[in-house]
Design a protein around this ligand. Structure first.
Ligand SMILES: [Zn+2]
Length: 322
């Protein structure tokens, strides 16, 4: 079976060809800004990496919000258009079955089918990236929700006393404090009450010019304020994960996303330490790193196309039989 996997993010568009269960070729480009250009670019890359010989099925792990019934992206916050008819346009142009899912929903299915912990029937996937989102499998069933969007775990309140406002408008949300966009705001807030020495990370945080990469780099160089920010980030992630675990009762919580994966070595032990304080006593879930690194979305897209979950099958585009 030849499957085209598409990972459509706000920043990058990745397209890969899977054959015989392996990723054979892939291409990565910046995500175009208009619906027509996005479809054309996917079709162009598909022809290139499939060497013009077509595919049996297409899976798309997409940014949201989705209208899963139509396979459309509707009012995406980070791209400048109202609607992209993703499923049907790709189906018509590629002449193959097309399955679309939210990127986190696809990623947890990819972990469930092909990941290191495949077959674990209660599993969550949480991405800590520009934002924070999740996908869940409960009793072997993929959770979709009414319109197929990610479970919005990034908007769990992790600090009800916080004045830091989330992109969604709420206060004290997990994503507002510990995502790629949240860490600079958290650092700025911590700088106000810092009683320790003047440091580079502190000076930059006061101006809100510090990036997550700089926070982690300066922490690794021993900057005491950066170390404090990293500890707080890990603590907030642990609080979020404990809340997620209380809601979904997973055996495994898989962690992915660039902010986590690039800093897993420092974050994971801290998260595990704080989890022992925040998680319900007697809960026995464990955290694991994502199986496919930067290709998590592609493996998720491949999984929903090659082993389509029952719930997504009815939303698939099917070409008219020739
Ligand atoms: Zn929010």
């Amino acid at each position: 079976m030849r499957v085209l996997a598409v990972d459509l993010g706000a920043t990058n568009l990745r397209v890969a060809l899977f054959e015989g269960g392996s990723l054979v070729r892939k291409a990565v480009t910046r995500t175009p800004q208009s619906p027509g250009d996005i479809i054309d670019t996917i079709v162009e890359l598909a022809r290139e990496i499939s060497r013009e010989s077509g595919v049996d099925a297409v899976g798309v792990a997409s940014i949201g919000p989705l209208d899963i019934g139509r396979g459309d992206i509707v009012n995406p916050p980070n791209l400048p258009f109202k609607r992209l008819r993703l499923r049907d346009e790709l189906g018509k142009k590629l002449g193959a079955k097309v399955v679309v899912a939210n990127d986190c929903v696809a990623a947890v299915w990819g972990e469930y089918i092909y990941g290191r912990h495949s077959g674990v029937s209660n599993m969550g996937y949480v991405t800590i990236s520009t934002g924070i989102g999740g996908g869940f499998i409960v009793d072997g069933e993929l959770l979709l929700g009414s319109r197929g969007n990610a479970h919005e775990v990034g908007h769990i309140v992790v600090d009800y006393t916080s004045n830091i406002r989330c992109g969604c408008g709420g206060l004290g949300h997990w994503e507002a404090l510990a995502s790629g966009t949240g860490i600079p705001k958290l650092a700025q807030s911590l700088a106000k009450s810092w009683g320790g020495p003047e440091t580079e990370a502190l000076a930059r945080s006061r101006g809100q010019v510090i990036t997550p990469e700089e926070v982690f780099r300066l922490a690794s160089e021993g900057d005491p304020f950066a170390v404090r920010v990293v500890e707080e980030v890990a603590r907030i992630i642990a609080a979020g994960l404990a809340s997620v675990a209380a809601a979904y009762d997973p055996e495994v919580l898989v962690l992915g996303g660039s902010v986590y994966l690039r800093n897993a070595e420092v974050l994971r032990p801290l998260i595990e330490e704080y989890l022992s304080a925040y998680a319900m006593e007697g809960s026995h879930f464990r955290i694991e790193d994502a199986s496919f690194g930067d290709d998590e979305g592609l493996w998720g897209a491949y999984a929903i196309a090659s082993r389509t979950p029952r719930k997504l099958e009815k939303y698939a585009y099917k070409p008219a039989s020739r």
